[in-house]
Design a protein around this ligand. Structure first.
Ligand code: RUQ
Ligand code: CUA
Length: 636
């Protein structure tokens, strides 16, 4: 072994030792921390050699960056960013006509009005929860659904092209937080929680209120997974936080805080208990058929407040947070946050509970005390659960069955092991862990603080996504992954589930409008080098084939509204071109066989170069042309 390699080995060893020095509390028993490293198994390799491929895709939310990031696991290499709610400088997302259409299509009329003089679209979002569509309880590789807490939206990403294709703004609520697709029999509906309580008709008639119990509400929204239109909403008591669906297609679960309906921290956490609300999907659909709903802003709203036949409320310790369905199809874990416990429900008891044959106490089958600040739980598919402890900065591995036995009075400790993570973990996720194919190989802890784990980059430090090998008897921390603001959550999907295409289908609906416009202009998008004048609107059609655009230059008049359509003619994968128009703030991606377009006002007279910004050819630098803007004649 070379010196260099030796150094690496030693460094790795020291790193591991540093991460596990001292002692770990394992629910009573105290073990030397090094114990965690002495498992019988050698552990899985995180090293992916050059040219080798990762076994898993990671779809990582980016929080307030508003995009989705695609990583490989176990290498944790970032491969792609999918813009969703953000404005992307590279791809032109938020600027191209195709992306603006998607951003505006599902927008509420009042938002359109509000944004009219502010760019027409929102340029930010707060994306917490990416979840893939399911068929029969496992991922089907079709869509990713994501939430926007900042501007109350739900978006969909097509996994074939890895692009956002639908964004729906949700009326009657504010701040979409928890989100999950239906698991069984397949994802026809996506459920999304409104978090903040607001006046349902939020037009200023009600502002501050002394009777929030009458005036302020939130709702759970069900969207059709294909059309992304809203099917219904269910009004509830309290603030909705996270939610999950069962493996039977019958129930949806949501943690609720602020049962007090307070407006500040003190008031919001005054009660010793809040609740989990359980939605009975079949009963709600029956209510819609019977007409037992109110129509508000064009949406059918079902009453799911206390006493409703469509929901049930189960008391849990104050301010619960994560809500996770175990891959056994039976257990739902509600994470305590302020309480050191998690609450375990048994979904098999819910039919009786809804029929009032049993009480809420009967539905709770365990409530193990795990440590301080339990936020989210992941699973290995072998009966074990992994819960993040935000305050303790630890990951705790525990056994669901043992927790149930302990709750029944048996003298067993459900806690198997705790390891330190760095620091303050929020979400965690295991490989295939939210599907019936949970494989118990990898776990990622998404830590909110990295403090001293990376080179100091100043005031704003990265977060730290830590990779943990869970394939053996003991958890083994194997990788620190810095990430920029602020990945809340991720899913880890086996690569066999995802089958993206490399070259666009020319008939893709993505640029339907361009196709129609070209037809109306008598232009073939594939053969185009045309400048069409239509009053003071000018449509410029060109193709891109390395290393040239089909138009070397085009001329417009000052003040014209110009639309440029660029079609990439390449049939070779990975040969993306771009169109950047100098001094106009314009850039867009044009992938193989894709058409992209952008519209702007040519108000600056003069010569402006456009160029391809993807390095596509030895003559890439020469792949350019000029826009000539003829000055308007001065009025005499
Ligand atoms: S939440 S850190 Cu927005 Cu997913 Cu729990
Ligand atoms: Cu095309 Cu660079």
């Amino acid at each position: 072994m070379s010196e260099e390699k030796m150094k690496f080995k030693r460094r790795g060893f020291l790193g591991a030792a540093a991460a596990t020095g001292g002692v770990v509390a394992t629910g009573g028993a105290v073990l030397p921390k090094a114990f965690a490293q002495e498992g019988k198994h050698e552990g899985q390799s995180i090293h992916v050699n050059p040219g080798e491929l990762d076994e898993y895709y990671v779809f990582n939310s980016s929080g307030q960056t508003g995009e989705v990031r695609v990583l490989g696991l176990p290498s944790m290499r970032e491969m792609l960013r999918i813009p969703v709610f953000n404005r992307c400088s590279a791809t032109g997302w938020g600027q191209t006509n195709e992306s603006i259409k998607i951003m505006q299509e599902g927008m509420l009329p009042e938002t359109k009005e509000f944004l009219k003089d502010q760019g027409g679209v929102y340029f930010n979002g707060d994306l917490h929860h990416p979840h893939m569509s399911f068929t029969d309880g496992t991922y089907d590789g079709k869509y990713l659904f994501v939430n926007d807490k900042a501007n109350t939206r739900v978006a969909r990403i097509r996994c074939d092209v890895m692009k956002t294709d639908k964004i729906t703004e949700i009326p009657n609520v504010q701040g979409i937080h928890g989100l999950r697709p239906q698991r069984f029999p397949k994802t026809e509906v996506v459920f999304a929680n409104g978090e903040h309580i607001v006046p349902t008709i939020n037009d200023g008639t009600i502002l501050d209120s002394d009777t929030p119990e009458k005036d302020y509400w939130t709702m759970m929204t069900a969207l059709d997974a294909e059309t992304m239109k809203i099917r219904y909403q269910v009004r509830v008591d309290g603030n909705l936080d996270n939610l999950d669906t069962d493996y039977q297609g019958k129930y949806v679960f949501s943690t609720c805080y602020n049962s007090e309906k307070g407006f500040d921290v003190g008031a919001m956490s005054a009660n010793p208990t809040d609740w989990v609300v359980i939605f009975n999907v079949k009963r709600i659909e029956e209510a819609l058929e019977k007409g037992d709903y109110e129509e508000i802003n064009g949406v059918k709203v079902v009453d799911g407040t206390h006493g409703s036949p469509y929901t049930r409320y189960i008391s849990v310790p104050s301010s619960p947070h994560g809500c996770n369905a175990a891959p056994d199809g039976i257990h739902i874990i509600l994470n305590g946050k302020l309480s050191p416990t998690v609450t375990v429900l048994d979904v098999r008891k819910l039919d009786d509970f809804f029929d009032d044959k049993i009480t809420e106490e009967d539905v709770i089958v365990a409530q193990p005390e795990l440590g301080l600040g339990p936020l989210h739980t992941a699973f290995d598919g072998q009966g074990n659960a992994f819960t993040t402890l935000f305050i303790d900065s630890q990951m705790v591995k525990w056994n669901i069955d043992k927790a149930i036995r302990q709750y029944k009075g048996e003298d067993v400790d459900p806690i198997i092991e705790k390891i330190d993570v760095h620091y303050q973990p929020g979400h965690n996720h295991s490989s295939m862990g939210e599907t019936k194919e949970a494989d118990g190989k990898w776990l990622v802890s998404l830590n909110k603080f990295s403090k001293d784990r990376f080179l100091d980059v100043g005031v704003l430090k990265p977060e730290n996504d830590q990779l943990i090998d869970i394939s053996g008897e003991h958890m083994k921390l194997v990788h620190d992954g810095p990430s920029f603001a602020e990945p809340h959550d991720m899913i880890i999907v086996h690569r066999s589930k995802v089958n993206p295409i490399s070259i666009w289908d020319r008939n893709d609906p993505y640029w339907e409008d361009a196709r129609k416009q070209a037809e109306a202009d008598g232009v073939n998008l594939d053969e185009s080098a045309h400048v069409i004048r239509d009053g003071n609107k000018v449509r410029v059609y060109m193709t891109a084939t390395a290393p040239a655009f089909s138009l070397n230059s085009f001329e417009v008049e000052q003040g014209d509204e110009v639309t440029v359509y660029v079609t990439n003619k390449e049939l070779i994968e990975d040969l993306t071109h771009g169109f950047t128009l100098g001094d106009h703030g314009i850039a867009m991606e044009v992938g193989p066989q894709q058409t992209s377009s952008v519209t702007f006002k040519a108000t600056r007279p003069g010569v402006y170069w456009y160029y391809c910004q993807w390095f596509c050819h030895a003559l890439h630098m020469e792949m350019s042309g000029r826009m000539l803007v003829k000055p308007k004649k001065a009025a005499s």
